[in-house]
Design a protein. Sequence first.
Length: 285
Amino acid sequence: IQWFPGHMTKARRQIEDKLKLIDVVIELLDARIPLSSRNPMVDEILKGKPRLVLLNKNDLADPKATAEWVQYFADQGLPAFPIDAATGTNVKEILPRVKQLWAHKIEAMLRKGINPRAIRALIVGIPNVGKSTLINQLAGKKIAATGDKPGVTKGQQWIKVGTEMDLLDTPGILWPKFEDQMVGMRLAATGAIKEELLHLDEIALFVIKYMVQHYGAGIQERFGVQDLPDDMDNIQEMVKVMEAIGRKRGCIVSGGKVDLDKTSLIIIRDLRAGKMGRISLEKPF
Ligand code: GTP
């Protein structure tokens, strides 16, 4: 999806329509880039609904960074924890945490002698963050359409998650913040923005630079590069690094030159597939 003001207004209206039916919101973020994968107006759009923050794709994220992010959200009064929607890791924790958020309402109903109904929940998040995958995990069967390209979510019904929670079968789709170039880079590197829309070499350079700065030890082995430049902002030096990686990975075109586009794509795909280890591209402090 390419977001224009009209799309954002429509997306917001659609979420506001759903919110009328909802008790608790499950906000899905990418554990590798929690703030960059967050809608800039989410507090305003959700208008104080009880909310649980889930840091998804934690299988790809740096566990130390994730622990810091959990603390970051807790400090803001938002309960948060990591999950892997794809494998189902920690997904069983969701229902008890949602129940905690709604417990005061259930107690109030019981006090009035009303039989409490199932808690109604909605998953919201930016494209490709794993909303459909999580819905399928919670449903225990394949319902929502999933795909590795942004913008695949279709179909509206309630899905029973046990007897205590009903989940709306279509998630709320939010737009990310694009204004900040670094945010755009992180979204692109993790796959939240379609590859066709990007300059691959810029993203690959961003990834290398971030990894050298934050995952310095062992970086040479990871990339198969002997020497790393002192000045990471020197583009010629960085191109040499890219060429070294490309040569190592066999991205050679005729005449022995390195195919930098192909090298960039390999770097980005390896990162997204977790082949470079568990890497987070954003830290809270
Ligand atoms: P839209 O339909 O575009 O709004 O996307 P969505 O938020 O519904 O995402 P979807 O569930 O389609 O997942 C996007 C991609 O992320 C798919 O390729 C999933 O397999 C992958 N994915 C989802 N959860 C995880 C996870 O926990 N770990 C990893 N590694 N991949 C995941």
